[in-house]
Design a protein around this ligand. Sequence first.
Ligand SMILES: Cc1cc2nc3c(=O)[nH]c(=O)nc-3n(C[C@H](O)[C@H](O)[C@H](O)COP(=O)(O)OP(=O)(O)OC[C@H]3O[C@@H](n4cnc5c(N)ncnc54)[C@H](O)[C@@H]3O)c2cc1C
Ligand code: SF4
Length: 346
Amino acid sequence: MKPFLHLNAQTVAQAVKSLVKFEGRARLNAGGTDLFGLLKDEFLPEYPEAIINLKSVAGLNYLKQSKGILRIGALAKLCDIAESPLIKERYGALAEAAHAVASPQLRNVATIGGNLCQDVRCCYYRYPRHLGGPISCARKGNGPCLAVRGDNRNHAIMEGRKCFAVCPSDTAVALAAFDARLVVVGPAGERRIAVRDFYHPLGNALERDEIVKEIEVPALAGRARQSFLKFTLRRPIDFAVVSVAALIVVENGVCCEARIALGAVAPGVIRATAAEEYLKGRAIDVESAAQAGELALAGARPLPKNAYKLEIVKTLVKRGVLGLPLETAGEGDAGGPCPHGNPERG
Ligand SMILES: Cc1cc2nc3c(=O)[nH]c(=O)nc-3n(C[C@H](O)[C@H](O)[C@H](O)COP(=O)(O)OP(=O)(O)OC[C@H]3O[C@@H](n4cnc5c(N)ncnc54)[C@H](O)[C@@H]3O)c2cc1C
Ligand code: SF4
């Protein structure tokens, strides 16, 4: 790695101050599991002059419930979220999503803030140095998107513009289903951003000197059947080809609340609003769940090599709505060899 300054922030305000001082030439470090890979392989368009360590900020790793809102400190580790009795009990889809990330070793270090802010896994963005990388593209601010005419098997089938890399975060999918918000701190103070609005085609909604401080997750009014389903090519450590978080509340035999979030199909998390609306007021059965799967594809425009994702979306939505696991004995295997031989995904 190239040399850089390393600063231990003691408070969020101090970290913001350092970001301001370095005028875009500094990067935040939480667990470091994404950041240091990017630095080592020099994937970033510009190498940072300083790394601001957030782990030295005390008390930012909390999980607490107050007034119907779960508050998660940005430094909370994925392993703690996956194992928290409170989250398992009330926010099961989030616990499942945190558990679905990478491996135990990574979850023991990686934070929720870092998981939400991690960089994309596009094979061109992370083109290996030993094969002639790094290479430029639209996301790096120089040139066209190479995936549009190239290998786009793992890229967006919805809402791609300029850059077709998908949001790689599993926890974002569950959080979007819960209508969670990020509490963000910057030089101008604090503001809130809905997780479903956080991702943009070329990055995220953070301003240059802003930090994610907390995630607010409102509790659902009723008791929901919750699931997080993730289809991968390789198990156990792999990014989603498609993932779905489904929260279904049924009262008196009919669905009164449906939340369906789709992951790895777009630069951000998609809420399948047509499917949600369709389910409300209906009995949940195989037919209505299958129809929800069809409606979840509203607005899909696959690239030449990734139309296969459409069937996976339909199946995952159907299973999520019915509360079924990803696969049932005798119905095929979601596993298999990774075509790239590595965990990079579009
Ligand atoms: C082999 C492997 C497999 C993986 N598989 C999966 C997977 O299946 N699913 C999945 O979701 N992820 C997966 N990941 C990604 C992994 O989850 C992320 O690396 C991790 O969650 C990042 O968390 P971190 O705390 O280490 O972040 P860091 O690496 O410290 O930071 C990541 C980015 O976020 C920024 N950042 C960190 N904290 C904040 C904050 N509070 N405010 C603003 N910006 C911040 C950093 O500046 C950096 O740009 C995998 C990673 C690896 C290496
Ligand atoms: S999908 Fe995005 S990151 Fe990948 S080549 Fe296109 S512009 Fe670059």
